[in-house]
Design a protein. Structure first.
Length: 261
């Protein structure tokens, strides 16, 4: 029986522990050699241990998951992405990636993904096939217009959120607080920059170091009491002066795009 020596790379403790448990219970061919909280920790493990398989998160503080790809290729390790990107965006990359697992991870999908790695290994073509697919993955993800859902880790689980329901996101130290149209607030232990990189740039704009707003929920923009974005829910968010010009350009593009549809 082939044994795959694997590592889990994810900054979320719940995501790491839940995947570890699922693998132990359902995938006896997978031996977890290490668990990393960041790209830097994963690189260190790869440098000191023979690894066949990496379960790799994409959005992590201190280093995007794609930064680990060259190391994975160098060490002949197959990659399965574990990500909060929704299934619509993943359609674009499914043909390129060896496989992906959408959080929260489904047991049957996990087994199928592991079986794919085992089959590629048996055919002695894991690396050749995975390399070409992974090389194209970042390019495929560059079109983010189809990302319509986010999977937000919080507490001891995940929350699926439609991006259209996000009114704005505010920074709170190393956390991000999502304000939703149903008046719910969700606090996530990730910084704003990570969501700024993921959310559709034509719809979401960072107007302040502490705020990202959804232009669908913008009612008015004025400078009566300083630069402010007035939202449809009645709240007002300050716009920093250095971001004001970019914000105004985004509004024009957003208005033009919507008037054409």
């Amino acid at each position: 029986m082939i044994t795959l020596k694997a590592i889990i790379v994810d900054d979320e403790e719940f995501a790491r522990s839940s995947l570890f448990f699922l693998l132990q219970q359902n995938c006896p061919q997978v031996e977890i050699t290490g668990i990393a909280r960041s790209v830097a920790e994963a690189k260190d493990i790869l440098a000191h241990h023979p690894i066949n398989l990496i379960f790799l998160d994409i959005a992590m503080p201190g280093g995007n998951g794609f930064e680990l790809i060259p190391d994975a290729q160098q060490h002949n390790a197959a990659v399965i992405f574990t990500t909060a990107y929704d299934q619509y965006a993943l359609k674009a990359i499914k043909a390129n990636a060896l496989d992906y697992l959408l959080k929260p991870i489904d047991i049957d999908e996990l087994k199928t993904a592991v079986d794919k790695v085992l089959e590629f290994t048996r055919l002695h073509s894991t690396i050749n096939r995975a390399d070409e697919r992974i090389k194209n993955l970042a390019t495929s993800l560059s079109s983010r217009a189809e990302i319509r859902k986010l999977t937000l880790p919080y507490g001891q689980g995940f929350k699926m959120v439609d991006v259209d329901d996000i009114i704005y996101i505010e920074a709170d130290s190393n956390y991000s607080v999502f304000h939703l149209s149903n008046h719910e607030k969700i606090t996530v232990s990730k910084v704003l920059r990570e969501f700024e990189e993921v959310l559709p740039s034509e719809q979401f704009v960072r107007i302040h170091k502490s705020s990202i707003i959804n232009l669908n929920h913008l009612r008015e923009y004025n400078s009566k009491n300083g630069l402010q974005a007035l939202l449809k829910n009645g709240e007002s968010i300050n716009v920093s002066r250095r971001r004001a010009s970019d914000f105004y350009e985004k509004i024009k593009l957003f208005t033009k795009s919507n008037s054409e549809h």
